[in-house]
Design a protein around this ligand. Structure first.
Ligand code: SF4
Length: 321
């Protein structure tokens, strides 16, 4: 571990005790960058019958989509409204990333994807795109196009992996295996495209030790970025029904348990992987089950960092390559 005792500069080049994606983005673009979410009208193969009909058991996209996002508006209009929305609430960003967020954003022909992504990239101030998708919605032709695009602008593909265990993926009705995730992430990274992934902790049937062991599995993937979420039970989803019928099968984290778990997880995570977030934040009106009061994402981030300092620990402290 490259730490000078005086300055505590970590291998990722700054004093924060984890490899923060926000720091990388600021350096990469030379200033503050804001994501602008887009709902381009995609669906997903787990909803339209190709893989399944009901979707993943925890999924309700409405719980995560900002109000300005609707496919009834053009991409240009959504970006315009998104930029205005952020300008009124936050410090002014120097540039923006178009975040294709809702559903599976590579689930269309390459020609259609080109049309949608390039409409976003034509908007003044858009410096790149982030594409949220499923690992079974990517292929060589799409990756060829994204590789070419990545030579022109920032391109990141974020895969919903959620769990490294096939029995969990089956139980939550993901409709793909972990092996498909590995193939997609490796194929993306092999082309020099930024590969990201999303994981959920607290899924039914998984023990805390099994969740912790995922740190080693994730560390072996060529991922540049990760997002972690605690399981939140969203009203109206199949998971809500499963939870009310069988609550003992769930191990939902209290805030203190999650904070301690995430720290143990971080200590074992490959320090070269950037962490974008530790928690999810669905609006309270969508939530059922255990909540964490009124803690916001940025407060949670601060509390986790304070705890890392108190314990004098950091991402990768116990990572074994
Ligand atoms: S979580 Fe993603 S993959 Fe699953 S049903 Fe919802 S949109 Fe589809």
């Amino acid at each position: 571990m490259i730490i000078t005792e005086q300055k505590k500069i970590f291998p990722w080049g700054h004093r924060r005790r984890f490899n923060a994606y926000s720091g990388y983005i600021k350096n990469h673009f030379g200033g503050r960058v804001q994501k602008v979410s887009i709902d381009a009208g995609f669906t997903c193969p787990n909803r339209d019958g190709t893989k399944g009909m009901g979707g993943c058991t925890y999924c309700n996209n409405a719980a995560f989509n900002p109000s300005y996002c609707t496919p009834a508006k053009t991409i240009t209009k959504q970006i315009e409204e998104g930029i205005n929305f952020h300008k009124h609430r936050y410090r002014k960003a120097s540039s923006y990333l178009a975040y294709f967020q809702a559903y599976s954003n590579t689930y269309a022909s390459t020609g259609k994807l080109r049309e949608l992504y390039e409409e976003a990239l034509r908007y003044p101030g858009i410096a790149g795109i982030i594409i949220g998708t499923r690992p079974d919605c990517i292929d060589d032709e799409k990756l060829d196009y994204l590789e070419e695009l990545s030579h022109r602008c920032y391109v990141s593909v974020e895969y919903g992996i959620e769990s490294c265990y096939n029995r969990t993926l089956q139980r939550i009705n993901r409709g793909h295996t972990f092996e498909e995730c590995e193939i997609a992430v490796r194929a993306t990274a092999a082309r020099g495209i930024i590969a990201g992934a999303h994981f959920i902790f607290g899924l039914p049937g998984e023990t805390r030790e099994e969740m912790l062991a995922e740190s080693g599995i994730i560390s072996d993937l060529p991922l540049k970025t990760v997002k972690f979420h605690q399981l939140q039970i969203i009203k109206g989803t199949p998971l809500e029904e499963e939870f009310s019928n069988n609550p003992m099968d769930f191990s939902l984290f209290t805030w203190e348990e999650y904070r301690d778990f995430i720290i143990r997880f971080l200590e074992r995570l490959n320090p070269s992987i950037m962490v974008e977030r530790f928690t999810g934040e669905a609006p309270p009106r969508f939530l059922t089950g255990v909540g964490w009061g009124k803690k916001r994402t940025d407060q949670i981030m601060n509390l986790i960092e304070e705890r890392l300092t108190e314990l004098d620990t950091w991402q990768g402290k116990y990572y074994n390559s």
